[in-house]
Design a protein around this ligand. Structure first.
Ligand code: SAM
Length: 307
């Protein structure tokens, strides 16, 4: 697939409001270049003493304030771009550059921004192309999401990992991941002690990316992957079902996921935008689940529920 790169040049004080508008339109990865950051570093009143300034920071001094993001080169992507360009009238925008980007450029571009990241007290996500020295007691997930969803750092994933940390224990050691993407929740479950983990995704590409990531992490235990639609055709029961999908898919799944849960099982759901929190909670209660936890992070929410 090809992508369109959009760069918006605007005044420094408009960077934040434009970025907020893009966020509201569903554009999550926005790169902001603000030259003032470099001049602030050089300011002698700066409380920090910089021995070394990276060359990329020096480059920053030469650019005008701008925001860059990428949109899929599809009819839907072009429609969204049209909508965004319309919204820009409300801001003082100096120039908008739009250029095509090939898959290959895009694949390398986003990697520059994905660095080792601690997502919980114990768990660190390490991109496979970065070095990272593991510290004692840390659990390191090595990942290359490729074109599948799942760097592991998205708030919806982080909340699932926090709930897996809470509920995986000796009594609950089998996990079923519905919508496994790049496999990050499968790997997290195995590292947290799950003995048997199985995952499904509707996208065959995601399943093959997950397979590669599972091998990369040299995990113990019984791990299986399937291509499929939600839990259809899967009868195996787990102590924990985790589903980072969307509010609508979670509501659909909650209707018959009991067949995949063992006694004392826990159903962890995420990918729910905050506006749909009540709808999802009510659907879980209607399906006779008892709500155990509700986590919120920015505009997202996740829940854990018991049978
Ligand atoms: N679990 C991963 C994570 O947390 O990083 C990926 C989550 S991503 C938000 C949702 C995943 O669900 C995608 O990989 C998508 O292909 C998959 N998916 C969407 N609809 C599905 C369905 N009906 N059945 C199975 N998987 C689905």
């Amino acid at each position: 697939m090809n992508y369109t790169r959009v760069r918006i040049y605007t005044e420094s004080d408009k960077l934040e409001p434009v970025s907020l508008m893009l966020h509201e339109k569903g554009i999550l990865g926005v790169e902001i270049q603000e030259p003032q950051l470099y001049f602030d570093l050089l300011n002698k009143n700066n409380p920090y003493d910089w021995d070394y300034i990276d060359d990329s920071m020096k480059e920053l001094a030469k650019v005008s304030p701008n925001l860059t993001f990428y949109i899929e080169d599809t009819p839907e992507g072009i429609e969204l771009l049209d909508e965004i360009l319309g919204e820009l009238c409300a801001f003082s925008v100096e120039k908008v550059e739009v250029s095509g980007v090939s898959d290959e450029d895009w694949n390398n571009k986003w990697k520059e921004f994905f660095k080792p990241t601690r997502i919980t007290e114990r768990i660190v996500i390490k991109p496979s192309w970065e070095d990272y020295e593991k510290k004692q007691d840390e659990l390191v997930i090595e990942i290359d999401p490729g074109l599948a969803f799942g760097t592991g750092t998205h708030p919806t994933t982080v909340m699932c990992v926090k709930l897996l940390e809470k509920y995986i224990d000796k009594g609950r050691s089998t996990v079923f991941d519905v919508g496994c993407g790049s496999g990050v929740l499968i790997i997290a479950s195995a590292l947290l002690g799950a003995k048997k983990v199985f995952g499904v995704d509707i996208d065959p590409l995601a399943v093959s990316v997950a397979e590669e990531n599972i091998l990369r992490n040299r995990l113990d235990g019984d791990i299986r992957l399937f291509v499929g639609d939600l839990a259809k055709g899967i009868e195996t029961r787990a102590d924990i079902v985790v589903a980072n999908l969307s509010a609508d898919l979670v509501v659909m799944l909650s209707k018959d996921i009991r067949k995949n849960l063992k006694e004392n099982g826990v159903f962890i759901v995420s990918g729910i935008i905050i506006e749909k929190k009540d709808e999802v909670r009510d659907a879980l209660i209607k399906s006779r689940f008892k709500i155990l936890d509700i986590l919120e992070d920015d505009e997202w929410c996740a829940m854990a529920a018991a049978l």
